[in-house]
Design a protein. Structure first.
Length: 322
């Protein structure tokens, strides 16, 4: 995606079109800064994305904070994916807290400095979510299909190394997005989202296939623990498709849209599906817990029927539940 047709909500650079005559240039510099540049009369897609981001503020931030609290509470008996989950929840919380600033800057401040901070947060969301989810999928994939290898690489130092790598890639991408002006920079995101989407779907499909196959010859019913893991991975795969398929399906075909339609409608709608993952992911994690700290069993039973906690203690696919 070219930088000069990027969505106003995930813009890599400020509008760079330079008028052909000096007088027009002078008038352009006097025009108040607006992140709706070029979409003032076509703001429906942008407002749709902002509405979705409002859900992240109301529901996503509390849910992600609760996930972080639970991970800290369970730090003495962690699963191997907890580090990835914790950083993912933290990044989603940070992204959610920037939404009120988006509204204020769009309609009141019109500040380029605030817009730069917002672009950095969009870069964090663009990169950290897909990459940390890919790490979680990798963890599950190795645990189910290669349990012996999983035991050899279970040490936390490998998770720390992956986390540091993801953070470096995230902040590098976000800084470049904030600076802007890099040729074809938005194509980096298109390549990233395509690669991570294919990887996550492939991992989950392989896990589902392995669990389905593990029933054994002559057995019609799957083991209860594996059946639970199968349903869980299947639901997670559906969520990944829901969040990531729209941008994967729309963004590579930028050339088939007019620049205004792509920038003002296609990109904001595609990013809206990606952004709502900041709410969906923590809710899915919380719904799978057998026990949520600080909440009574009566309260939990009203929300969902928890399975026996014993199912998670000996299953080699414990990392799937993360």
């Amino acid at each position: 995606m070219e930088a000069n047709v990027s969505s106003p909500l995930n813009l890599t650079s400020l509008p760079t079109s330079v008028p052909l005559n000096t007088t027009a240039h002078i008038n352009a510099t006097e025009k108040p800064f607006s992140v709706f540049e070029g979409c003032e009369q076509q703001a429906e897609g942008i407002l749709f994305d902002l509405t979705v981001q409002s859900i992240n503020v109301i529901v996503g931030i509390p849910a992600n904070l609760l996930v972080i609290v639970i991970l800290i509470h369970n730090r003495k008996t962690p699963t191997t994916s907890d580090m990835f989950l914790g950083f993912l929840a933290f990044m989603d919380t940070y992204f959610g807290t920037m939404t009120p600033l988006s509204f204020l800057n769009f309609y009141y401040w019109h500040s380029k400095e605030v817009w730069s901070a917002l672009k950095f947060s969009y870069g964090v969301k663009d990169t950290s979510g897909p990459l940390f989810l890919s790490c979680i999928c990798l963890d599950r994939f190795v645990a189910v299909l290669f349990p012996v290898m999983f035991g050899q690489f279970k040490h936390i130092k490998y998770r720390i190394s992956l986390t540091v790598l993801v953070l470096c890639l995230t902040f590098t991408y976000s800084a470049a997005k904030t600076v802007g002006g890099l040729p074809n920079f938005e194509k980096v995101f298109t390549g990233e989202i395509l690669a991570t989407f294919c990887w996550m779907v492939l991992c989950n499909v392989c896990i589902l296939w392995a669990l389905k196959k593990s029933r054994g010859a002559g057995k019609d019913e799957m083991h209860p623990m594996k059946k639970k893991a199968f349903k869980m991975v299947l639901s997670l795969n559906c969520i990944i498709v829901f969040n990531y398929l729209p941008p994967v399906a729309l963004f590579p075909f930028e050339d088939h849209y007019s620049p205004d339609v792509f920038r003002c409608y296609v990109q904001p709608v595609g990013f809206a599906f990606l952004n709502i993952s900041s709410t969906i992911q923590p809710l899915v994690y919380l719904s799978r817990l057998d026990k949520v700290p600080f909440l009574s069993d009566t309260c939990l039973k009203k929300c969902y029927n928890g399975d026996s906690a014993e199912d998670n203690k000996t299953n080699p696919a414990e990392n799937i539940s993360a």
